[in-house]
Design a binder for this molecule. Structure first.
Ligand SMILES: NC(=O)c1ccc[n+]([C@@H]2O[C@H](COP(=O)([O-])OP(=O)(O)OC[C@H]3O[C@@H](n4cnc5c(N)ncnc54)[C@H](OP(=O)(O)O)[C@@H]3O)[C@@H](O)[C@H]2O)c1
Length: 405
């Protein structure tokens, strides 16, 4: 990990692009990748190199082979000279100097750019270049994941390989994915929350699945139980979403009848990691919409589907009409059960954690007594992490529009 960045510059000189490798005994060794021509800005230089990388994958792979850990750009922005670096985890480093005096600051953290008012575009471009030249970050401790089925083999999948294992059948087609976690004995929550079931490997897979999502769909019970709000994505993760034509964060939609939600809770925060977020969508039946308070209508967008209960077929249709085609449902059991019974799920991604809890609690779906939901599922892929979490990806066989690539 980088501790600090020092950059030498010449006032009025062209911007410079540097790659930084972590090679003992020297902790950080910057090497000049390119020196821009006079008159070009750091933004132009970054744009040029992103273009080069998009066209010639070879450049990116060569740099990755050289072991790039971070990329830095230096030059003049808005009348001040900056040195700005980002590492593979999306951590930012800033060195700022002034013509007179020797102010030198070094900051780190994903909101460094926001604090120092660097243009958002600079952060986004640097993030894309970091991802293309330096590659994915190393997995967190305990979260190395390997292929199990249909082919066993690769033992340490990187972010891009793992993402490929969760590729959608069509990058733009309609798709509803349930993402869930369960103990060996089928429990979906312990003491009212799923926190005890999740792990660093589970979070890794969840973030990858989220990378392709237009919208996250949840039941209000989960929002209340988990005090749900979106976790911040790293700058390279956002860059990957952008490169995929998506906004920095997926939209969030919540199904509710009672509208009993904490309007000051994390779900209603309008900014995540410095990125402005659209208001959450509350999907309600007509009966609830009629009684909704002004405060709710102001904090969220209301989408009416059904009369007394939300009609999920209608709701999913309406979301698609708004362009939310790739939907990730995060549960909980009541919502997931209804989606299953309405035959609205194309895929189930379930993590089985190696825990045998032997207490009462919800399963990953809930439903009424009586006839079970129909439909056969087939295992599409399975993966395993070093802590023994099993990642299973199930899809529906049958019509071509259900098949997954
Ligand atoms: N293991 C996992 O992967 C996982 C994932 C998510 C959640 N969980 C756990 O599951 C538990 C919550 O379970 P849950 O079944 O209550 O969660 P849920 O499905 O998230 O929420 C149920 C609530 O959603 C609303 N709702 C669902 N269907 C509706 C419909 N057709 N029309 C109108 N409103 C509808 C209602 O909200 P109102 O009451 O507001 O009307 C209902 O009370 C928590 O302990 C949570 O930690 C586990």
């Amino acid at each position: 990990m980088l501790e600090e960045l020092s950059v030498t510059w010449r006032w009025g000189g062209p911007p410079t692009l540097l790659t930084i490798s972590h090679r003992p005994p020297k902790p950080a060794v910057p090497a000049i990748l390119a020196s821009g021509v006079d008159g070009h800005t750091p933004l132009d230089l970054l744009a040029h190199w992103i273009d080069q990388c998009r066209r010639h994958r070879g450049i990116a792979n060569t740099q990755r082979d050289l072991g790039v850990d971070a990329v830095a750009v230096s030059g003049e922005i808005d009348g001040q000279h900056i040195g700005y670096a980002m590492d593979r985890n999306g951590r930012e480093y800033l060195v700022r100097g002034q013509r007179h005096g020797a102010e030198r600051r070094c900051t780190s953290g994903t909101d460094a750019a926001a604090r120092t008012r660097l243009p958002g575009l600079l952060t986004e471009r640097l993030a894309e270049l970091v991802w293309r030249l330096a590659g994915p970050p190393p997995p967190a401790a305990g979260s190395r994941i390997r292929d199990m089925w249909p082919t066993a083999g690769l033992i340490d999948l990187d972010e891009d390989e793992l993402h490929e294992r969760y590729a959608l059948p069509s990058p733009t087609g309609d798709h509803v994915r349930l993402v869930t976690v369960s103990s060996i004995d089928g429990l979906a929550a312990v003491n009212g929350a799923s926190t005890a079931l999740t792990s660093s490997g589970d979070q890794r897979v969840y973030r990858l699945v989220k990378r392709d999502a237009d919208l996250l769909l949840l039941g209000a019970g989960t929002i209340r139980a988990e005090q749900y709000g979106q976790t911040a994505l790293s700058a390279p993760e956002i860059a990957r979403r952008r490169a995929n034509g998506l906004p920095p964060y997926p939209a969030v939609a919540v199904v509710t009848r009672s509208l009993d939600l904490d309007l000051s809770g994390p779900l209603f925060q309008r900014s995540i990691g410095g990125h402005r977020q659209s208001r959450p969508i509350l999907i309600v039946p007509a009966a609830a919409a009629a009684k909704s308070r002004a405060a709710v209508a102001e904090a969220a967008e209301l989408l009416v589907a059904g009369d007394q209960d939300v009609d999920l077929n209608q709701a999913v249709q309406m979301l698609r009409q708004r362009g939310h085609r790739r939907i990730v449902c995060e549960g909980g059991p009541s919502l997931a059960g209804q989606l299953a019974r309405a035959d609205l799920l194309d895929e189930v991604c379930v993590t089985i954690t190696p825990q045998l809890l032997a207490v009462a609690g919800p399963r990953i779906t809930a439903g009424p007594a009586g006839l079970p939901a129909g439909g056969q599922w087939q295992l599409h892929r399975s993966l395993l992490d070093e802590q023994g979490n099993l990642f299973l990806r199930y899809t529906r066989p049958g019509p071509s529009d259900r098949q997954v690539g």
